[in-house]
Design a protein around this ligand. Structure first.
Ligand SMILES: [Fe+2]
Length: 469
């Protein structure tokens, strides 16, 4: 019976080490409020306890370690979350697109070290991951995290429903940071993705203080605005004003102390990565994109995007969906004419827990459709479609119209799996649907060539096409 004493010793040894872990969430990279190729923000969470944190960066292998500015913190003190601090500092002096190393020290002792990947310039190829509807804590989410990290992407886009089920701080701790930022890659546990690759989040319906059956919204249900550190170049919005999410009014002061200026502005923004311009929109139905101020921002952003080779838009609720689930959530197709006017090539969404690829298409909504949505905030949108059936992504790689991708099979339970092999149940605009597998999207951009691959949780390719400018 020597086994038991051995186990007991292991447990005793493991406990003090775990108690010393200074992180509630280990350091992760963010693009920051004003993204640049020579810098990146580093964020981590701790208990509310005074400590002397320092961060150093080695911009190239064997180069000198340089001290970064003193980390600052914001306190999160909300009734339904453990009191904690969000620390951040900027890593600067990075080489565009190059691997760098950084280390985080507490009271002079290094407690965390990782490599990171700098943002790329417009001349460098891009290797990007996109997925939505992920952090439910499922085994599929963990396997996908492992496969995503294996791809060594330059950046990851999370297409909304970042955490389940109510956008809460505790949900980030339980099944976001703990799975996408593990110390080692393991398909049964997750991968050390967040520490080495910047992630860019898109708001979904589950990220905005999802209401429970009693009609309550959790005080920590807008954790998106606490933890993400994303571009602050979106349209101006007001707390408790139109086109913004809500929590109970009594919680605003405490929430805003943690979120600062990010709320409500950070819901919409744009970012240039390499030769691609990305416009990120909040598609929740409290937003009326026919609002003149919002529309003016969107048009001016897409007009500026004309300088980039690639123009992409990402938001959570897909306008063109063939699944029975969420079929009536069609309001975002109201923006198709704007996307077409500024020659957007592709639009990425989640919300529907499946993979779907549309034919290249253009769409003209019927008269009165925007007013109907503004009144009811839930609407099917009829209109005139023009479908490009000549594009095959192999021999014919130029399109007439926009390709709409749904990549929402990121870990939460799949929808309408029976539709997978029944194209007769799909809408005429859908070219490919895979609803019986968990998956994520890989996007490779090199000059005027784009290649998209959809990868399943076992690493197998499910769809593939090439698009050229
Ligand atoms: Fe959703």
């Amino acid at each position: 019976m020597r086994l038991f004493p051995f186990l007991a010793t292991s447990v005793l040894l493991a406990l003090p080490l775990q108690a010393q872990d200074p992180f509630l969430a280990k350091p992760f990279l963010q693009v920051g409020a004003v993204p640049k190729t020579d810098r990146m923000d580093l964020v981590w969470l701790t208990q509310d306890k005074d400590a002397k944190w320092t961060v150093e960066v080695q911009a190239q292998t064997k180069g000198p370690w340089k001290a970064m500015g003193n980390p600052t913190f914001k306190l999160v003190a909300l009734p339904e979350a453990p009191k904690h601090r969000i620390y951040a500092t900027t890593l600067h002096g990075l080489k565009p697109g190059a691997v760098f190393h950084y280390r985080v020290s507490l009271d002079g002792q290094t407690v965390f070290q990782s490599e990171g990947h700098g943002l790329k310039t417009s001349g460098q190829p891009q290797h990007l991951v996109l997925y939505g509807d992920g952090a439910s804590g499922s085994e599929h989410q963990k396997a996908l995290a492992f496969q995503m990290a294996k791809q060594k992407p330059d950046a990851v886009f999370v297409l909304g429903d970042i955490v389940y089920a109510r956008g809460r701080a505790s949900e980030y701790l339980d099944h976001y940071f703990s799975i996408y930022n593990t110390d080692a890659a393991d398909p049964a546990k997750g991968a050390p993705l967040l520490r080495s690759v910047p992630t860019i989040g898109v708001l979904g319906n589950h990220d905005v203080a999802f209401m429970n059956a009693r009609g309550d919204r959790p005080s920590d249900g807008l954790a998106y605005y606490l933890y993400w550190d994303l571009p602050m170049n979106g349209p101006e919005l007001k707390v408790a004003g139109p086109n913004t999410p809500m929590i109970q009014p009594m919680f605003w002061p405490q929430f805003l102390a943690g979120a600062g200026e990010r709320f409500p502005k950070m819901a919409n923004f744009s970012i240039d990565l390499g030769n691609a311009h990305w416009t990120i929109l909040d598609s929740n139905p409290y937003v009326d994109w026919s609002d003149p101020a919002l529309r003016a921002w969107l048009e001016s952003d897409l007009r500026r995007a004309g300088r980039s080779t690639w123009r992409f838009v990402a938001f959570h609720h897909p306008g063109f969906n063939s699944s029975t689930a969420h079929f009536e959530d069609q309001w975002m197709r109201l923006l198709s004419p704007v996307f077409e006017k500024y020659r957007v090539q592709m639009v990425f969404s989640g919300h529907v827990h499946a993979y779907q690829r549309s034919l290249p298409l253009s769409f003209k909504p019927e008269a009165g459709a925007a007013a109907k949505f503004a009144q009811h905030r839930q609407a099917t949108v009829n209109g005139i479609f023009s479908l490009d059936k000549t594009f095959d992504g192999l021999r014919v790689t130029k399109t007439k119209g926009i390709i709409y991708i749904i990549s929402g099979a990121g870990g939460a339970s799949l929808y309408n799996t029976h539709q997978d092999d029944k194209p007769e149940t799909w809408q005429p605009f859908t070219k490919v649907m895979a609803s019986d597998r968990y998956s994520f999207t890989l996007l490779d951009l090199k000059g005027k060539r784009l290649e998209l691959r959809q990868i399943a949780e076992d690493g197998k390719e499910m769809d593939h096409f090439v698009l050229r400018q």
